[in-house]
Design a protein around this ligand. Structure first.
Ligand code: KIV
Ligand code: NA
Length: 256
């Protein structure tokens, strides 16, 4: 049985931590799903494995292309897709059109979009009314990298109050979950206690209802990773060694 938004909310109530990771193709998605990951995000962080420096260049068509590949590998996990930069900020109509394409063309179960300012809260309310499950994303929002950088957010009293009120407003607009990125652990704890929907943290401390990391970071596939990522294995080294062994054997006519 595929995991639903109701299941995620129930897990929060039960105190069962939600395990989330990102995926960008069939092979990775299939491995994560089979390993028991609860929520798979086709994040715009796939910019990294596509060779971009920021998430900004990713298009809606690229997102859909990758989400379709991921969908084919996911049987159990909840499948969530990031709406890319400027595919939803222009107007409510644009957001419904983009999110609708993602759900209809990829078979994803929900979309995630960045920001909790009033216009975005209104957009989320309209998407939810239209039948599209939405996860909010507050704190560090990498689509605003040219304004925020990649620094931790919510460090002042004022900023932390703003982020808390954004999360509450997004929940009231009907979001089914809340991504908390790179904020102090005590702020994430406060938000997690205040909301009835699950919080998923990245660089937001241990008190969230679930955790997400970028898969290319945990696998050691990324050239560099943020300070809050944990690298569980070094695939760059493993792949380099395998390729060098193969190259040597071919050149020495040992293989085949
Ligand atoms: O694109 C992404 O990987 C994200 C992270 C916050 C998980 O949005
Ligand atoms: Na993202």
């Amino acid at each position: 049985m595929a995991i639903t938004t109701q299941q995620l909310i129930q897990w929060k109530q039960q105190g069962r931590s939600i395990v989330a990771l990102t995926a960008w193709d069939y092979a990775i998605a299939q491995l994560l799903d089979a390993a028991g990951v609860d929520l798979i995000l086709v994040g715009d962080s796939m910019a990294v494995v596509l060779g971009y420096q920021t998430t900004l260049p990713i298009t809606l068509d690229e997102t859909i292309y990758h989400a379709k590949a991921v969908r084919r590998g996911v049987k159990r996990a909840f499948l969530l897709v990031d709406l890319p930069f400027l595919s939803y900020q222009e107007s409510i109509q644009q957001a419904i059109h983009s999110a609708g394409r993602v759900l209809k063309e990829t078979g994803a179960q929900g979309v995630k979009l960045e920001g909790g300012y009033p216009e975005m809260v209104e957009t989320v309310a309209r998407l939810v009314k239209a039948g599209i499950p939405v996860m909010g994303h507050v704190g560090l929002t990498p689509q605003s990298v040219h304004q925020l950088g990649l620094r931790q957010q919510g460090k002042t009293q004022e900023a932390s109050e703003r982020i808390l009120s954004e999360a509450i407003a997004l929940e009231q607009a009907g979001a089914f979950g809340m991504l908390l990125e790179h904020i102090p652990a005590d702020l994430a704890m406060q938000i997690t206690q205040k909301l009835t929907i699950p919080t998923i943290g990245i660089g937001a401390g241990p008190h969230c209802d679930g955790q997400v990391l970028v898969t290319s970071d945990i696998l050691g596939l990324a050239e560099k990773s943020p300070p809050f990522a944990k690298v569980y294995t070094n695939l760059r080294e493993t792949i380099t060694k395998a390729v060098q062994d193969y190259a040597l054997e071919v050149r020495e006519r040992k293989f085949p």
